[in-house]
Design a protein. Structure first.
Lengths: 364, 259, 335
């Protein structure tokens, strides 16, 4: 208790009596008798002086302001949510509403060969995405075949062999760097790799697979590492204690336990790269016919198809063509292909999360 | 000074489930009242209804009255935030704000009420609250260090300091010592004895010795069977409760025959 | 007791019985060589990450090299044709592109960040629990929608729909240089591109922010409420400080995505090569990624080298941004 504060005590009572609210200057409320009382009771410490709580007390207007602020923030946050939902709902809704117009079996079963302007093809449709679906499946499968073994083995190395070591830290850092590579740069890399090694003008589906695997590997590594970490150590020790070798332990115990999680991670990684457009634009290319060979010749993929049809925008119909010619057919095809793409991505996501969910239930 | 609390015909529901049935209880001002009873009998639930903290559990609601000095906490225009300003709470596990220093933890409640506090006022309040919580001597040299850096017992006393710094009328304590070692427990119990001069204290405890040591009155909660609602079985001053209980269930519980 | 059950489990999982253990013991040397091979394979794949990353940099450098090493007259001609006569050297060419990339991505982040944090707070603290779970799925699914679809929607739906708004902004806020009119119609502008990017990265920030916010210790929330905090004060006192570093690092990762985003920008933005701050006017800016994708089909060999060189610059920018994000995460994690 400082001396000058003691000196204030006499004035304190006056100030408090006159107005609790305005007593802003440093005053003490403890009357002399109270402080004696306190010091008598508190055994080991020197007397604490009860501060004047009236000066900390909130005024009514402040309380109202706080309450209002809380309500306003609740309003703002709800508004943010609504604002965010508008475009997102709109994306889904327009894609579905505009996509179903041209989405039929014919659209799925035919490619774009023989499509002239807005005129219907002999099969009765207006061209389709058969070639793009095949291209997407093959290119993505190629990316999967490259990324999953590498990504998984890398994760095994990080968790099972080099856990916590300097090499592991360095590799994790590189994986993170890799996951930040923009997709267009991955496309440029695959393009450079193939043109330098195989000569200029090379363009095939596998080139696209390489580009996509650059994007996919870090995702697979990260999700697998997470899943391997979840496997309890006692399980490994139990296996070692039975005299099982390390590789067998990893394959039969660790991987088997973590398998659902790893699969779900892979599915989500596929869902991510299957919609990539830019890297495929410059690697796998674009053709109107169906190409089954991943390793030779250009290959159309669904996202690239969407983009190409969008770029065409519309076709001109000669006056003689009549009502059969649909001038807005490219953008209609773009929406229909977009709907197929969204459906594939969403289904893959649902599958991935379903596996994840079943796994977490099992873990309990 | 503390205020008295009167609980009248209190029912607590979680959704459709009646968790606690018809509690009538008079809690005296400036006394320590302990809630004891077997697990699941609703003593923590009742405690939380005294400052409307149960409302953050989705679906929880009450019927009946809780009167703080005659004013119904569940009255129509009563803001739960205002209730919690008058009724402080200390939890089972110490929970200092991890991003704040010791000093800021103590000031957290006051800062909500009043943003412009002079440094000298704040210093004074911090010292008072920490002294009140018997923590001042241990932390006065490191007030700007994070609160989570303290030991478990110190953290719990910091939380008590934080609760008393807003100068509530009533202090609720939900098993404040259950996570503490015996020495810290003693420190907190000493503190409770000192605090009752200024506050009405309600403490939930599993430890009957603790109830006997700190409480002036003891309320024994019980439940007939698992899945049945809990209720207040017996309420008496602590001496009666532990030496000469007029209730068979309470006597069985206290003598350790069940629970 | 638990130990025993885990042994059982391990045994069951492996299908290993006493017999096979003996078999293993008999084939000791064989098993060990398997072990070695497996170890080497894992190490090899780990090292492959390093090789792949090295290859990315190496091949990009190799393929970009001609534009720096080639005869000056030729390279100048390339930049002149790529930029429509606005630039004659690499720095002159890449400068406005960097500017456009950074401005659009930063603008997108500013828009997305506040909305995303709002949504994350809504899911965690305001929505009923069951609604929150559904919204979590919705946000995850939205993060998965391919960028080409956002581009398609942005170009055909959003851009026309936003003209009245931008026009209003340019009329009433035109005195701010950024909003100087006349607003382009259709508004294929920096502002529209930023909005579409914001919509794309919003789910990314939201999903990370909501995961971190959900981990806010419940005890701290209760402590804040018990001190008489209002709901907002509880959030400000506990959730926001707890999640701060995580949310900043999430937005840095999202910024990395926005910087590298190609399709949506290419499909929405009318490109230009200036250092203009007029966000509502068309043909002012272009991003590196969109520029590569747009120019690539028509570029000759040397032109592609130039584009790849700009791609390397983009790589470096995103690398730095991601590195900062990881740093922040680590610091936050240390707590």
């Amino acid at each position: 208790m400082s001396p000058n504060k003691n000196g204030n005590i006499s004035t304190t009572t006056d100030l408090r009596d006159s107005s609790d609210e305005t007593a802003k200057n440093s005053v003490l409320t403890a009357s002399a008798s109270q402080s004696v009382d306190v010091s008598a009771n508190v055994s080991c410490e020197s007397a604490p002086v009860t501060p004047d709580f009236s000066k900390f007390a909130p005024s009514d207007s402040l309380l109202k302001r706080r309450e209002w602020k809380s309500r306003i923030m609740a309003g703002i946050i709800t508004a943010a949510f609504v604002i965010a939902m508008i475009p997102l709902v709109s994306v889904l809704w327009t894609t579905i509403a505009r996509g179903v117009k041209r989405l039929n079996l014919n659209f799925l079963a035919y490619n774009m060969s023989g499509v002239i302007g807005g005129m219907p093809t002999p099969s009765g449709g207006h061209g389709g995405i058969e070639h793009a679906i095949i291209g997407t499946l093959e290119v993505t499968l190629g990316a999967m075949v490259i990324s999953v073994p590498i990504g998984l083995m890398c994760a095994i190395y990080l968790v099972e062999y080099a856990r916590g070591s300097k090499i592991a830290k360095a590799i994790s850092l590189l994986v993170n760097v890799m996951s930040g590579i923009p997709s267009i740069v991955a496309g440029l890399f695959a393009f450079s790799l193939f043109t330098i090694l195989l000569g200029p003008g090379v363009s095939n589906g596998f080139e696209g697979s390489v580009a996509l695997s650059i994007l996919m590997i870090p995702t697979v590594v990260n999700s697998s590492v997470e899943m391997l970490h979840v496997v309890p150590d006692d399980l490994r020790e139990a296996s070692y204690a039975l005299g099982v070798t390390k590789s067998r332990t990893i394959i039969k115990v660790v991987l088997r336990t973590a398998l659902p999680g790893i699969i779900s991670g892979v599915v989500l990684a596929i869902a991510r790269v299957i919609g990539e457009t830019a890297p495929l634009l410059m690697t796998a290319g674009f053709i109107v016919t169906t190409n089954w060979n991943l390793f030779s010749g250009q290959m159309t993929t669904l996202p690239v198809f969407v983009y190409q049809e969008y770029s065409k925008m519309s076709v001109t119909c000669p006056p003689s063509a009549g009502s059969e010619c649909v001038s807005s057919i490219p953008s209609e095809r773009a929406w229909a292909a977009a709907l197929v793409l969204i459906a594939i991505v969403l289904v893959l996501n649902l599958i991935g999360r379903l596996i994840q969910r079943l796994f977490s239930v099992e873990a309990k | 000074m503390g205020q008295r609390i009167d609980v009248e015909h209190l029912n607590v529901y979680y959704g459709d489930f009646l968790a606690v049935q018809d509690v009538n209880l008079n809690i005296q001002a400036n006394k320590v009242t302990a809630f004891i009873g077997p697990s699941g009998c609703g003593k923590s639930t009742v405690l939380r209804t005294l400052d409307r903290m149960h409302e953050i559990t989705p679906g929880a609601r009450v019927e009946g009255k809780v009167l703080l000095d005659g004013h119904d906490l569940y009255g129509k225009d009563v803001d739960p935030v205002a209730v919690r300003r008058d009724v402080g709470m200390v939890f089972q596990k110490a929970n200092p704000f991890p991003t704040m220093s010791i000093r800021e933890n103590v000031l957290a409640g006051i800062r909500l009420n009043n943003r412009h506090i002079s440094k000298s006022d704040a210093d004074e309040l911090v010292e008072w609250a920490l002294r009140g919580a018997n923590l001042w001597n241990e932390v006065k040299d490191r007030l700007d260090k994070p609160g989570v850096g303290l030991s478990g017992g110190q953290q719990q006393r910091l939380c008590i300091a934080r609760a008393v710094a807003v100068h509530p009328q009533v202090l609720l304590m939900d098993e404040p010592c259950s996570a503490l070692d015996p020495i810290s427990t003693l420190a907190v119990e000493d503190l409770i004895n000192e605090l009752k001069r200024d506050y009405t204290i309600v403490i939930v405890t599993h430890n009957m010795q603790q109830a006997a040591r700190v409480a002036d009155y003891t309320a024994f909660f019980n439940l007939k069977a698992v899945g049945k609602p809990g209720h207040l079985e017996y309420f008496a001053d602590t001496t009666t409760m532990f030496n000469n209980p007029q209730n068979e269930e309470a006597e069985r519980y206290i003598s350790g025959r069940f629970g | 007791m638990t130990d025993a059950s885990e042994y059982d489990r391990a045994e069951k999982d492996m299908g290993v019985t006493v017999d096979t253990r003996n078999a293993d013991a008999k084939n000791e040397p064989d098993a060990h060589s398997h072990d070695g091979i497996f170890h080497m394979a894992a190490l090899f794949c780990g090292a492959l990450i390093l090789v792949a990353l090295g290859a990315v940099v190496l091949f990009l450098l190799l393929r970009a090299w001609p534009i720096f090493a080639g005869p000056r007259s030729q390279t100048e001609a390339v930049f002149t044709s790529l930029s429509g006569g606005k630039a004659h050297g690499f720095l002159q060419y890449v400068g406005p592109l960097i500017f456009g990339t950074v401005v659009i991505a930063a603008l997108a982040l500013v828009i997305a960040f506040f909305v995303a944090v709002g949504v994350a707070l809504f899911i965690n603290f305001y929505a009923p629990r069951r609604v929150g779970t559904v919204l979590n799925y919705v946000v995850d699914l939205l993060a998965a929608i391919p960028s080409v679809i956002y581009g398609l929607w942005g170009a055909l739906i959003l851009v026309p729909a936003m003209y009245p708004f931008w026009n209003w902004v340019s009329m009433h806020l035109g005195w701010i240089p950024m909003f100087a009119g006349p607003a382009a119609n259709p508004p294929r502008t920096v502002a529209s591109a930023a909005v579409i990017l914001a919509i794309m990265i919003m789910p990314i920030i939201t999903s990370m922010a909501r995961d971190i916010l959900a981990q806010t210790p419940r005890l701290n929330q209760e402590a804040a409420l018990a001190l008489g905090a209002t709901k907002w004060e509880m959030i400000r006192l506990t959730a926001l400080p707890f999640a701060k570093s995580g949310m900043v690092s999430a937005s840095m990762l999202a910024l990395g995505r926005a910087l590298g985003e190609t399709m949506a920008v290419m499909m929405v933005l009318s490109p230009g090569m200036t250092y203009s701050w007029h966000w509502l006017q068309a043909s002012k800016s272009q991003t590196i990624a969109a520029n590569i994708a747009a120019q690539y089909p028509e570029a000759d060999s040397l032109g592609v080298s130039a584009l790849i060189a700009t791609g390397l610059v983009l790589f470096v920018i995103t690398f730095v941004v991601n590195l900062i994000a990881r740093r922040i995460t680590k610091k936050g994690g240390a707590r």
